[in-house]
Write a protein that binds this ligand. Structure first.
Ligand SMILES: *Cc1c(COP(=O)(O)O)cnc(C)c1O
Length: 303
């Protein structure tokens, strides 16, 4: 569907008037990174851009990356490879399931070759043993880590805050690998802070990941970010009736179908925390990397 249109930066900024926040003097701005490209979710493009330049500079014609069977990153690498003329290989965690799910179907249609690693090998996917086996099978490649979260990717995300041409106090994003939060926090001005909302259960390890990514990309931890761990709704890609109601209500109020794995949990957290976390007069920016694939319907359509 994205065809050959190129990603567009900067992404738009949009104010959302919501009485639940407005009533206490809090303004909410959405950074619409979902509009950067239809097949390369916003932060995936921000993380890939520098990596693609580097791959080209080093003379690579093949990108190889890792992810789960529903990975937005794997899908985005496939789309970017087609768009910018790289061959792509996706190394998928677990066994092959046929027919392919829509994420992997898209990737294959975009020209990506897929291979599968059992869960034990997947845990050591960056070890020389596993990488050598992949090179024997696929030839030379530029290796992109899971989620695209390496130093170049994090530096790409650090460019986001400078695109925001209005004063703000707090910027919030959802967290999978934490690369997006690591970059965004590093790009803030003094006095501004970042809040990350992990979508995984038991994600306290993520603070160390963000710390390590910031040190790799910038040499220091920016010290201006925190995380809210209690909004995973059971874990990655899990949901509850309460989250579903929130998504339906948000769609009714604002006409936006929130993407359920990451961004609905981010927005839910933001409204839940508003009273404690944001004093009157606070301007909050929420980064939306994607919307839902299909327009949300409050009642399932009869099919
Ligand atoms: C990948 C992704 C995230 C998580 O980004 P990380 O940098 O891995 O933390 C958030 N939202 C969407 C829509 C994504 O595709």
């Amino acid at each position: 569907m994205g065809g050959l249109r190129l990603p567009v930066l900067p992404s738009p900024l949009e104010e959302i008037a919501d009485a639940r926040l407005g009533g206490r003097g809090v303004r909410l701005l959405l950074k619409r990174d979902d509009l950067i490209h239809p097949d390369i979710p916003g932060n995936k493009w921000r993380k890939l851009r520098g990596n693609l330049d580097e791959a080209r500079r080093l003379g690579h014609d093949t990108l190889l990356t890792f992810g789960g069977a529903y990975s937005n990153h794997v899908r985005a690498v496939a789309a970017a490879g087609r768009l910018f003329g790289f061959r792509t290989v996706g190394v998928i965690r677990g066994e092959e399931h046929l027919p392919l799910n829509p994420t992997l179907r898209f990737a294959v249609d975009a020209g990506m070759r897929l291979t599968y690693l059992d869960r034990t090998s997947y845990r050591t996917k960056s070890s020389p043993g596993v990488v050598d086996r992949l090179r024997a099978e696929f030839g030379a490649f530029c290796l992109l880590p899971e989620g695209g979260s390496n130093a170049l990717g994090v530096r790409g995300c650090a460019e986001l805050p400078a695109e925001i041409d209005r004063p703000f106090d707090v910027i919030c994003c959802s967290c999978g690998t934490g690369g997006t939060l690591a970059g965004i926090a590093a790009g803030l001005a003094p006095g501004q802070r970042a809040l990350g909302v992990p979508v995984l259960r038991g994600a306290r390890f993520l603070a160390d990941e963000v710390d390590a990514l910031q040190r790799a990309a910038f040499g220091v931890n920016s010290g201006n970010w925190t995380m809210a761990y209690d909004f995973h709704f059971g874990g990655y890609a899990k949901s509850t009736p309460e989250l579903a109601r929130f998504i339906a209500d948000f769609h009714d109020r604002h006409g936006l179908a929130l993407e359920p794995v990451y961004e609905a949990k981010l927005l839910y957290a933001l409204f839940a925390l508003a009273a404690d976390a944001f004093p009157p007069g606070t301007t909050v920016v929420a980064v939306l990397n994607a919307l839902a694939d299909r327009a949300f319907r409050a009642t399932p359509s009869p099919t």
